[in-house]
Design a protein around this ligand. Structure first.
Ligand SMILES: [Zn+2]
Length: 107
């Protein structure tokens, strides 16, 4: 199985990091990528592979500690991305419609 590695030092000791800020969250939703922090060199970056969320002791989080499972996370990401894509598509169609109407009324 492919493990996500640090883009800077190649370490596999990555921890999932929260994407702070609107733009980063939007980027995450659009691309489905995960934000990580390397435990070896503290580099923060993005990876296409799911990053294991870990507890403070470095081990996997136990079930029921508040975090959703990785699989549910992935499904939620996918649904959120689809919904966003649909919203953008509808907005673009409405924009195009308005542009056509404005162009016609100007003739
Ligand atoms: Zn690193």
């Amino acid at each position: 199985m492919d493990a996500p590695t640090c883009q800077k030092c190649g370490s596999e000791d990555l921890r999932r990091a929260h994407a702070h800020g609107r733009l980063r969250r939007l980027y995450r939703r659009l691309t489905g990528r995960s934000r990580y922090q390397c435990q070896a060199c503290h580099h923060r970056g993005w990876t296409d592979l799911p990053v294991q969320a870990r507890g403070a002791d470095g081990g996997p989080l136990r079930a029921g500690t508040g975090r959703r499972t990785e699989r549910r996370d992935l499904v939620a990401h996918r649904v959120a991305r689809l919904r966003l894509a649909l919203t953008v598509l509808v907005a673009m169609l409405l924009g195009a419609l308005v542009a056509v109407m404005l162009a016609r009324s100007g003739e």
